[in-house]
Ligand binder design. Structure first.
Ligand code: SAM
Ligand code: SF4
Length: 348
């Protein structure tokens, strides 16, 4: 296992240190979620433009060895449509990091065990509805049973913890908050409700379609009472109200069920942004480094990789891009500029 001795902190101009690298391994997807992908005229990147496994591993290794990052998440697009994914996971698992993946779960029934055996630690499965018809209309695929089987396969494979991401869109699935929370309690998985962000492929996002995190947690609390979890690395503000935990580096505000039924989370990217604690950067499938989900600029690391650049050159490009990280996004404000890429093209 490579040593991270001698690593230096990768810190932006606001003093936030990067610990987490999210790697999109493909822009392709077998689903067409309405809040993510364009519904028509989907264009995939040519294969030659996508980073190879060797290139991905090299960037991740530079992040670990030079900057001591502790967490790598594999995402996409849909990461499981990338051929030979367990091979990539095995390469990344050689690094001393917590290795996780976000997936729609549709093929996990046969991939969970190979991924676990390759060294994947944990997985998050996205599922926005427990009603087959609604699931099909949100994702464009009638595959709820396969996703639920994939979730079970992940649990059986020992990927731990397994979490569930549920994006709530007003008038689409917000009536399922309590059902999804109950599902998480029954399966012993933490459901994280995510506010709809302006990153959908068709530009249909509007503020009135966002279900605020506070409303979500109040609806859960009314049926399954909860208390906020104060993160160990929180900013120390313990004087918040009952349903407002203090902030740590995790994007989700976490709550525990008072009856011992586990935990639930809300990701309030829109109504309560966590930018001041953000510790992550993203690598797109074609090798561009993004310091923020909503960044309107990015740095081409593939040009360094394929132009014969050294690890010093890569590290220099990474430092330079992180230095540009802004204080935070301005969703809902007049100066908000929507990034040119949608969620599936960035990597969630
Ligand atoms: N395909 C995988 C999946 O669906 O889990 C990984 C990539 S997906 C882009 C990562 C996460 O982003 C998913 O949980 C998805 O629900 C979420 N997501 C996609 N578009 C979003 C949007 N406009 N607002 C909020 N979350 C979104
Ligand atoms: Fe595909 Fe995930 Fe986007 Fe759905 S959310 S379209 S599964 S990338």
């Amino acid at each position: 296992m490579p040593s991270t001795t001698g690593a230096i902190a990768l810190t932006d101009s606001f003093g936030r240190q990067v610990h987490d690298l999210r790697i999109s391994v493909t822009d392709r997807c077998n689903f067409r979620c309405t809040y993510c992908m364009p519904q028509e005229d989907v264009r995939w990147l040519p294969r030659a433009e996508i980073l190879t496994f060797e290139e991905i591993e090299r960037v991740a290794r530079v992040f670990v060895e030079r900057f001591g990052i502790t967490s790598v998440r594999v995402t996409g697009g849909e990461p499981t449509v990338r051929a030979h994914l367990p091979e990539l996971v095995a390469r990344l698992a050689r690094l001393p990091v917590e290795l996780s993946m976000t997936t729609n779960g549709a093929t996990l029934d046969h991939l969970a065990l190979p991924l676990k055996n390759a060294g994947l630690h944990r997985v998050t499965v996205s599922c926005d509805s427990l009603r087959p018809d609604r699931f099909a209309s949100i994702t464009g695929r009638d595959m709820l049973p396969q996703v639920l089987a994939g979730l079970d396969a992940a649990l059986n494979a020992g990927l731990a913890p397994v979490k569930v991401n549920s994006v709530l869109v007003r008038g689409v699935n917000d009536d399922e908050v309590v059902d999804l929370a109950a599902f998480g309690r029954e399966r012993g998985v933490e459901v994280r409700f995510i506010e709809f962000m302006p990153l959908d492929g068709d530009g249909q996002w509007s503020l009135d379609r966002v279900v605020p995190a506070q409303e979500i947690i109040e609806r859960v609390d009314a049926v399954f009472p909860v208390a906020p979890v104060v993160p160990e690395a929180s900013n120390g503000d313990r004087a918040n109200g009952h349903l407002r935990p203090s902030r740590g580096p995790e994007p989700a505000d976490r709550y525990r069920y008072l009856d011992g039924g586990g935990h639930v989370g809300v990701v309030a990217s829109v109504t309560r942004p966590f930018c001041s604690n953000c510790d992550r950067v993203r690598l797109t499938a074609e090798g561009s480094l993004r310091s923020c989900l909503f960044a309107v600029r990015e740095r081409d690391l593939r040009a360094v990789l394929r132009g014969g650049g050294s690890d010093d050159d890569l590290a220099g490009a990474i430092v330079a891009e992180v230095a540009t990280k802004w204080a935070g996004h301005a969703i809902g404000k007049v100066n908000f500029v929507r990034p040119a890429r949608s969620m599936s093209q960035i990597g969630g």
